[in-house]
Ligand binder design. Structure first.
Ligand code: SPV
Ligand code: MG
Length: 467
C-alpha cells in the first residue's frame, strides 16, 4: 500500500473470500496463520491511518506479515520526503500488533524485495490498477507467478489513503524543526537535491507545488534558495549586502508561511564572526536548513561580475574562524554551514579553490559550494572530481547559472549533490513585467498587455481561500 492505498474495513473489504481469521471461502481464500505463509506489504509508514492498519490486519489473515518499509531514497522517486525518518517509521510500524517483521524496501519497485524475501503473498489495494503503479502491478503479477506466490488485491475506499492524509498534512504546514532537518535527509536520499530560488510567497508556492511525472519518477524541486541577488534586486537594491538580515527575513517569513520545503540561505560573506553567530541562530530558529557563506572580504560584489569588479578573498584562517564560530553557535545538530569558494570568481586557480575547500572542511564546514562564471564548466568539473577524491561524502553544491548546458545528471556524475537554480524565478518574471508595461504605454490601454498576463480568474483562484 505504498502510499496511495488504504482499505476501509467493512466497506468493500475482502469479505468475498475472508470470513474470519484463517477461514476459507473459495479458491482465493487465505491459507490461515498456522501454515506460516509470508505476506508482503509495502508501505511508507509515515502516517498510520485506519486504512493501513486494516490492510495489515487483512494480510495477517494469510500468514506472517512482512512489511517492506520504503526508505527515504525509495519514496522520493515519486513522493515527497516523509515527515518521519526511516528509524521513526520503523519503530511505529514494528509496534503494530499484526506486523511480524519489518525490512527496508530500498527501491520504489517491489520486485527486488519480492525476489529477496520470496513471500507467498503480496497484498495491495486495487487502486494500483491505474496511475503510476499500473506498470509495477503487471511486473508484480509476473514475478509472483514466477515465485509460485499470489497477489491479493483489496478494494480501497477513496479518501482513506496515505496520499490524501499526506496532502491534508501538507496543507496544515510544517514545523521549523521538521523543515530544518529535511535538507540533510534529502541530500542523503537523493542523487541530486534540486533547489530553486524563491524571493516571495508566490514564487515559493510555485516551487512547493510544481511536479512533473517523468519516466524515472516524479520530478519536483526539493527546496528553495534565498538569494542575496534576487532579494536585493526585488527591492531595487544592488547585491552588496545592503539589505540586512532583518529585512531579508521578513520576505523569508512570507515564504515560510506558505511552503514546507527546506530553505538554503545565501549568507553573502556572513559579515564579521561576531555578527555571523547571530545570523546562524536566527536562521536556525526559523527552520532554515543551511547558510552558505562566501570567502570574500571587503565590499561584496556579485560573483557573476567576475574580475570586472574587485573580488577580494578573505585570508583562509579568517574564514575558517568564521565557520568555527558559526558551528559553535548553532543549537541543532542538523543545521548546515556551507563554505562557498570564490577563488575561480576572483581569477584564482582550481588548485587554490581546492586547498581552501579542504581547509574549510577541516574547520568544520558541513559542505562546500564551488562557484564560477565560466561557461565551459571545465574548471568546475576539475574541482568537483578532485574534491571528491578527498571527500567522498561531503555535500558539494553547484550553481550552474553560466555553465547551464550541463544537466543535473552530468553535474552529479562530476560529484555534485546539490544544484541551485539561483535566480531564475525573478529573472523570468521581469521580462513579462517589462513587456506588459511597454504594451500599456504604447497602446494607452491594457488590452494588448493581456497576452503577457495570467487571466483574472486564474489569479483569483491561484491561492485557495480567497472566495
Ligand atoms: C545569489 O543568488 O545571490 C548568489 C549566486 O549568490 S550568484 O548570483 O551567482 O553569485
Ligand atoms: Mg548572493
Amino acid at each position: 500500500m505504498r502510499g496511495e492505498t488504504g482499505v476501509c474495513r467493512g466497506n468493500g473489504g475482502p469479505q468475498t473470500f475472508i470470513n474470519k481469521r484463517g477461514a476459507e471461502g473459495g479458491s482465493a481464500a487465505p491459507r490461515g496463520k498456522q501454515t506460516l505463509k509470508t505476506v508482503y506489504v509495502g508501505i511508507t509508514g509515515d502516517i498510520i491511518h485506519p486504512g493501513i492498519v486494516n490492510i495489515i490486519h487483512q494480510a495477517s489473515l494469510y500468514g506472517e506479515v512482512l512489511v517492506g518499509l520504503l526508505t527515504d531514497t525509495a519514496i522520493v522517486r515519486y513522493k515527497r520526503l516523509p515527515y518521519l525518518s526511516y528509524e521513526q517509521r520503523r519503530q511505529v510500524v514494528e509496534s503494530l500488533r499484526d506486523v511480524s517483521r519489518v525490512v527496508p524496501q530500498e527501491e520504489w519497485s517491489y520486485i527486488p524485495n519480492l525476489r529477496r524475501h520470496r513471500p507467498d503473498f503480496i497484498i495491495h489495494g486495487d487502486d494500483w490498477k491505474t496511475g503510476i503503479l499500473a506498470r509495477e502491478r503487471e511486473d508484480v503479477y509476473k514475478v509472483m507467478a514466477e515465485l509460485g506466490g499470489r497477489v491479493i488485491e483489496i478494494p480501497y475506499t477513496p479518501g482513506l489513503n496515505s496520499t490524501a492524509f499526506s496532502e491534508s498534512v501538507t496543507s496544515i504546514g510544517t514545523t521549523p524543526d521538521l523543515r530544518l532537518k529535511a535538507l540533510r535527509r534529502l541530500i542523503d536520499a537523493k542523487p541530486v537535491t534540486r533547489i530553486m530560488e524563491a524571493h516571495s510567497g508566490l514564487s515559493g508556492l510555485i516551487i512547493e507545488h510544481m511536479e512533473l511525472l517523468k519516466e524515472d519518477g516524479v520530478h519536483r524541486f526539493d527546496g528553495m534558495w534565498s538569494s542575496s541577488l534576487t532579494d536585493s534586486a526585488s527591492k531595487g537594491k544592488p547585491d552588496i549586502e545592503a539589505v540586512d538580515i532583518t529585512t531579508r527575513l521578513q520576505d523569508l517569513t512570507q515564504i515560510l508561511e506558505c511552503t514546507t520545503k527546506p530553505i538554503i540561505y545565501d549568507g553573502d560573506t556572513g559579515g564579521i564572526p561576531e555578527h555571523f553567530v547571530f545570523t546562524v541562530r536566527t536562521l536556525e530558529r526559523n527552520g532554515i536548513s543551511a547558510v552558505i557563506i562566501e570567502d570574500k572580504t571587503g565590499l561584496k560584489k556579485n560573483s557573476l561580475f567576475g574580475a570586472e569588479v574587485e573580488q577580494r578573498l578573505a585570508p583562509v584562517e579568517e574564514f575558517q574562524a568564521k565557520i568555527q564560530a558559526g558551528k559553535k553557535a548553532q543549537v541543532t545538530g542538523e543545521f548546515m554551514i556551507i563554505a562557498r569558494l570564490e577563488s575561480l570568481i576572483a581569477g584564482g586557480s582550481v588548485d587554490e579553490a581546492l586547498a581552501r575547500a579542504l581547509a574549510y572542511v577541516e574547520a568544520g564546514a558541513d559542505g562546500v559550494m564551488i562557484h564560477s562564471k565560466e561557461t565551459s564548466g571545465g574548471d568546475i568539473e576539475d574541482f568537483c572530481r578532485r574534491f571528491r577524491r578527498v571527500y567522498a561524502g561531503i555535500p558539494l553544491v553547484l550553481v550552474p547559472t553560466t555553465y547551464n548546458r550541463f544537466t543535473e545528471k552530468e553535474l552529479a556524475a562530476w560529484g555534485a549533490n546539490v544544484i541551485i537554480y539561483a535566480n531564475h524565478m525573478l529573472r523570468s518574471s521581469y521580462p513579462a513585467m517589462v513587456k506588459t508595461a511597454q504594451a500599456i504605454l504604447e497602446h494607452e490601454r491594457s488590452l494588448e498587455a493581456d497576452q503577457f498576463c495570467m487571466s483574472i480568474r486564474d489569479i483569483l483562484e491561484l491561492i485557495p481561500g480567497g472566495k
